[in-house]
Write a protein of this length. Structure first.
Length: 274
């Protein structure tokens, strides 16, 4: 199955960003992709965390959600649109929701980013407080789609291997990552983390990223990629907006897991810890 990671340099204009996402989804479909993954904050890279509130939609309805559903249906794609701000009842902050649509345009699931990026980046003049505008999610994202059973994660989630174990234990056949990694953290850890999560779970992984210099002054790392279940980078887009296409082979993945049964050999978490 062909999969696509969409790489964007999202800015301050939601309409422009959504139009760019649509254009790149069309490219993915024209190249035969059955699954396409959009990056984190695809619709807005705002000046401040609270800017997300201004464009937030009610869950299940709104112009951006409707545009995503229409694109998935018209292009016959399974689309993972991560992330978009969805209102949370009783909260001023929003959820960072990764929304999954099937090729019939129906929404198949939603995953809210669990781990929020509240950090001071070592050796860099960068400080981030994502929790200032975002409510953390509380449930893992394992979602059945025509493109397989997906394990959905977002950006900072990549640093928490126990989350990925739970996704695989939940039957995930393919891991999908939407991200907006900073340049310093991307240069240090992006490939290392992606390949490690794929190897330790013997699971294909599709990672979509923001890239370049954004209107808000932030710089993101890019390097969207498709990685196989043995940790090999199948396809990658280093820089610039665009689409990277990579094959996912579920039959080979099943064979690798059968021949190299590391997941079955786990002890901690199954017997020692109950």
């Amino acid at each position: 199955m062909k999969t696509a990671a969409i790489q964007m340099t999202s800015g301050l204009d939601v309409a422009v960003n959504v139009a760019t996402a649509r254009r790149l989804l069309e490219q993915a479909a024209s190249q035969g992709a059955k699954l396409a993954v959009l990056p984190e904050n695809f619709a807005l890279m705002g000046q401040r965390e609270r800017d997300k509130r201004a464009i937030a939609e009610t869950d299940g309805d709104g112009p951006v959600q409707n545009a995503l559903a229409q694109a998935a249906q018209q292009l016959q794609l399974t689309v993972v649109a991560g992330t978009f701000p969805i209102r949370v009842p009783g909260e001023e902050r929003v959820a960072a929701a990764s929304l999954v649509y099937g090729p019939d345009g129906r929404r198949l699931g939603r995953y809210d980013k669990i781990h929020l990026f509240d950090v001071n980046v070592p050796d860099a003049a960068e400080s981030h407080r994502e929790s200032a505008g975002t409510v953390p999610g509380r449930h893992i994202g394992v979602i059945d789609t025509p493109a397989g059973r997906l394990g959905v994660v977002v950006c900072y989630d990549l640093r928490f291997p126990e989350l990925f174990r739970r996704l695989v234990d939940g039957g995930a056949q393919l891991l999908v990552v939407s991200a907006a990694f900073t340049v310093p953290t991307g240069e240090a850890h992006w490939h290392l983390l992606l390949r490690t999560r794929a190897v330790e779970n013997l699971c294909h992984l599709v990672a979509s990223a923001q890239v370049g210099k954004h209107e808000n002054g932030r710089q993101t790392y890019g390097h969207s990629a498709v990685i196989d279940c043995w940790g090999k980078v199948v396809a990658e887009l280093d820089a610039g907006e665009g689409v990277v296409i990579g094959e996912v082979d579920f039959e080979r993945q099943a064979r690798v897991r059968a021949e190299f049964p590391v997941l079955e050999h786990r002890v901690i978490g199954r017997t020692i810890d109950g």
